[in-house]
Write a protein that binds this ligand. Sequence first.
Ligand code: ADP
Ligand code: MG
Length: 378
Amino acid sequence: AGRPAGFAFSAGLAVLIIACPCALGLATPAALVVACGRGARLGIFIKGCEALEASRSIDTVVLDKTGTVTTGRMTLREITTVADVDEQQVLGLAAAVERASEHPVAAAITAAAGDAEPAGLADGFRALPGLGARGVVDGVEVIVGRERLLRDQGLEIPPELGARRAAWEEAGCTVVLVGWDGRARGAIAMADTVRPSAPGAVAELRRLGLRPVLLTGDSPATAQAVAAAAGIDEVVAEVQPAGKAAYITGLRDAGHRVAMVGDGVNDGPALAAATLGLAVGSGTDVAITAADLILLRDDLGIVPDAIRLARATFTTIRRNLGWAFCYNLAAIPLAAAGLLNPLIAAAMMTLSSTFVVGNSLRLRRFRAGAGAVVESDG
Ligand code: ADP
Ligand code: MG
């Protein structure tokens, strides 16, 4: 534009320096690296960037019952049997089947049976996810599981067992029936404890504007008792493992953005179907593989923490990008007009990158629990 070549060269250089997209390039990775480090210290393992993006718009949090809202360490409470068999026999046969299973119900039964006879494993063990398990002990097929499973397998349910089951479930116990030779012959009640951190975590989720839902394969009465203890009012019970994923998909089709928190083998498909999947770290490999965030602290309060950290990280990324973009937008015309000395342009570029890194580092101050999200611009 009629200026000397030296001036044009200088302006061109300033434009190149300003336009060098250092801050833009750093905006996302710098925030992610800091968030991952901070998360790791809090016991939150972030598997990918999509998890952060997804966390922004979550409105519903679906929590699995056994092993997530409860500790998943069940203990045997009571056994009842029909007239012609005794408790040890029921427990022994149930344990023979359950020794091959990794379900919390199975762990409670095998622990209580100790070395009751028969001591070995059943033949032809089969787990029926969300329902129970079966196996052949001394030539007799034994079925352990929900009343519905035994009924579906054509076993007769003596009315006294059905009545005890209902009463125990009202009290919040998980109940399985044990049957062989065409009849249910015993019922076993197990109690699981609601995590002490559950009510606080649920309240915190509500405070974040999220709707908590309890999802379980257990019976409605048991689920209601646990939900009441945790402060959840929406309960979806008696859901088969495939149904868990279908329920999540249904919510998403209805326009909700859903986070699913689970631990079990049967939660894998649901974690994958959710907008954001959170696996409780003590859970199974299947759950951990399918999730976006892995929670390594044995305390349910980590769920709202993880969602807040993901949101804070996403906000930081957006601010970084916004800053870098505005800076380029304002400075490039100045440089092109020859109003910026290349030396000043270089200093500005460094400042801009420093700002992005500094803003990202503020995520290190992210604190668990107290609701202390990084809020102000710095
Ligand atoms: P949750 O959804 O609460 O994690 P599951 O879907 O794993 O529960 O199981 C639902 C119900 O199915 C249990 O409460 C139990 O009654 C029955 N069940 C599942 N697996 C077994 C098993 N191995 N032995 C006996 N009962 C089982
Ligand atoms: Mg579970």
